[in-house]
Design a protein. Structure first.
Length: 155
């Protein structure tokens, strides 16, 4: 008579792996490094290679005409202190300047605008409260400023 309460026979334990490497689980693949943010590029390449094309595209998307844009170093409008700037012009001889006091997108920035036949007479601080300056932020706020002048689209 068999005892139904007796446990079933256990299979024999498998032998331990021969080497420690065989015991370790397969190494997880290293995560791919994130590409650097556009803002991490050197200033001298960020502005002409990324900022100018993005700005032109956004102005056109906003309903404005294709702007003439250039990046240069020269005297800041109104005060003539040296700076790096994006100079832009729109139809009707409307002009604007985005000035950087240092060759760094996080440096102090100012904006100046001038209607046809006049010179800029006022510098406005630009993005002074922002902790992190990004390409999208620079583009959107400058286009917003130009639209505030009623220079873009059907205002």
């Amino acid at each position: 008579m068999s005892d139904s309460a007796s446990p079933a026979p256990q299979p024999a334990a498998s032998p331990a792996p021969a080497s420690p490497a065989a015991a370790a689980p397969a190494a997880a693949p290293k995560p791919k490094a994130k590409p650097p943010a556009p803002e991490d590029q050197p200033f001298a390449s960020f502005v002409p290679d990324l900022l100018l094309p993005a700005l032109a595209k956004e102005i056109e998307a906003y309903g404005g005409a294709t702007p003439e844009l250039r990046f240069c170093e020269g005297p800041m409008p109104v005060v003539d202190s040296p700076c790096w700037m994006v100079q832009g012009s729109l139809p009707g001889d409307r002009r604007f300047w985005l000035c950087f006091t240092q060759p760094d997108i996080s440096s102090a920035k100012t904006v100046a605008v001038a209607e046809s036949g006049s010179e800029p007479s006022l510098l406005e601080s630009f993005l002074i409260d922002e902790r992190k300056i990004t390409l999208a932020l620079l583009v959107s706020r400058l286009v917003q400023r130009l639209n505030g002048q009623k220079w873009l689209g059907p205002n």
